[in-house]
Design a protein around this ligand. Structure first.
Ligand SMILES: *Cc1c(COP(=O)(O)O)cnc(C)c1O
Length: 462
């Protein structure tokens, strides 16, 4: 017999524990959204049917992860669970010092508090919202230098998350290397559509950073998904394993920040990893102050176990093929029906282009916010706005429109099946058919930073 290669890429697992999802009526969802100040972050999760708010910490763990959690070592100092975690991070990243944190933003807090100050500039392809907030909290400027293609939602490019190397070089010349405490690359580029960064680009950033003696860090939350795109899109990498590719990615940088809630396949956790001894010592001092002793850093021993195992499961080829295919499958259905999305589909989410879909809503009436609320009202689906509510608020208190108005539908890892995705496509197509009736929104109240988490809004005219 010849080997058979199916067209259908199936979920590479079977389900052994199930959690019911909750159905609601339109009237119940309307009442819930009004109570939540028209902010889906403020909904109760049991009011949501398909929850695509984030892929952060929402994944299903494997039987091996649970087994590790039960066998964990909860010693305050020097737990075996920590050394397992440290060994996994060191094998994958190659970095010398592994500093556990309770999640990714804690690693950002420790890093930027230690290295950045007012007047400094941190270049990145695109800062994620918490990264930008921590850079700005330190008084430094967060500068986004993604390639031009990354600004055009429907332009096809294999590595739309790449850094604009010419713009980076110009920034170094203009700002001066002494005012750039670090260069960062976010892999994949979450706020720019989950788009990958090529190894050629990582290498080019690295060369520029090293020539100017500027430390270079990866925001590595989705390192495994990025490795898969390199394997399938970058010439010369088809026969390399995701682990080998990830190791090469990390080898060009001096350290990384990581949210283990993404490609750590865990429900909580993160780390900062660096090569520099004196930087590590400074960061550990701050860690003891804010996170805990350096062998647990804000996590339980069982969290360290879950991550030590999860970091490898994220690199499994069958898993990565299924994951990236699930996203592409929804993207293809939407594109075929004419729904504008960010193309090509990225690693962890489908991004709907609300500016294109809702030209009757001006950017400062938050078209992506409106689209996201419509998905909830119509189908019980919760995504997240990545637009002017998230990014429009400036550090000086003024407001201007974000570069793009997107709704991100992020897929929790190993949670939803193909029929959930089929349902999702139906809901989006129905909202698309009714798009002319969607209202703009106005802010009723907001916090001074990261306002999207807690803001209350109302439809314009209500
Ligand atoms: C999630 C995320 C972070 C922050 O991690 P948390 O665990 O949510 O604190 C930082 N950068 C990127 C790219 C992310 O996706």
């Amino acid at each position: 017999m010849r080997e058979f290669h199916s067209q259908t890429i199936i979920e590479p697992f079977r389900v052994r524990s199930v959690e019911p999802i909750r159905f609601t009526t339109l009237a119940q969802r309307e009442a819930a959204l009004i109570r939540a100040g028209y902010n889906p972050f403020l909904l109760h999760a049991d009011e949501v049917l398909i929850d695509l708010l984030t892929d952060s910490g929402t994944g299903a763990m494997s039987s091996r992860q649970w087994a590790g959690m039960i066998a964990s070592d909860e010693s305050y100092a020097g737990a075996t669970s920590f050394y397992k975690f440290e060994a996994a991070v060191q094998q994958i990243t190659g970095y010398k010092h592994v500093i556990p944190t309770h999640q990714g933003r804690a690693a950002e807090h420790i890093l930027f508090t230690t290295i950045a100050k007012p007047g400094d500039v941190i270049p990145n392809n695109t800062h994620f919202d918490t990264t930008r907030a921590h850079v700005e909290h330190s008084g430094a400027e967060a500068r986004d230098l993604v390639i031009e293609e990354g600004h055009h939602p429907r332009l096809i490019h294999p590595f739309k998350g790449n850094m604009d190397i010419a713009a980076l070089r110009q920034t170094i010349t203009e700002v001066g290397r002494e005012r750039i405490p670090a260069i960062m690359l976010t892999v994949t580029n979450n706020s720019g559509g989950g788009q990958p960064v090529s190894l050629a680009n990582i290498r080019a950033v690295s060369e520029l950073a090293r020539a100017n003696r500027i430390p270079f860090f990866l925001d590595a939350c989705r390192y495994a998904e990025n490795a898969w795109f390199i394997k399938t899109r970058e010439p010369g990498y088809a026969d390399k394993s995701p682990l080998e590719i990830a190791q090469e990615m990390f080898s060009y940088a001096d350290g990384c920040t990581m949210s283990a809630k993404k490609d750590g396949m865990a429900n909580i956790g993160g780390f900062l990893a660096v090569n520099d001894d004196s930087l590590a010592a400074q960061c550990r001092n701050l860690e003891i102050l804010t996170e805990g002793f350096p062998t647990y850093g804000g996590m339980a021993g069982y969290d360290l176990e879950a991550i030590a195992q999860g970091l490898y499961e994220a690199l499994d080829e069958h898993y990565l093929r299924y994951r990236i295919r699930s996203i592409a499958y929804l993207g293809e259905k939407l594109t075929a029906a004419g729904v504008p999305i960010v193309l090509p589909t990225g690693g962890h989410a489908v991004y709907l282009d609300a500016r294109e879909m809702l030209p009757h809503i001006p950017p400062l009436q938050y078209p992506a916010w409106s689209l996201n609320n419509a998905l909830y009202l119509l189908g019980g689906v919760r995504g997240v706005e990545i637009g002017s509510v998230m990014f429009g608020q400036q550090p000086d208190g003024s407001e201007h429109a974000a570069a793009m108005e997107l709704v991100r539908l992020a897929f929790p890892r190993r949670v939803y099946t193909q029929s959930h995705v089929d349902y999702l496509a139906e809901v989006i197509l129905e909202v698309y058919n009714q798009r002319g009736h969607l209202p703009g929104y106005r802010l009723v109240s907001q916090a001074p930073v990261l306002r999207h988490f807690t803001a209350r809004l109302a439809p314009v005219g209500v």
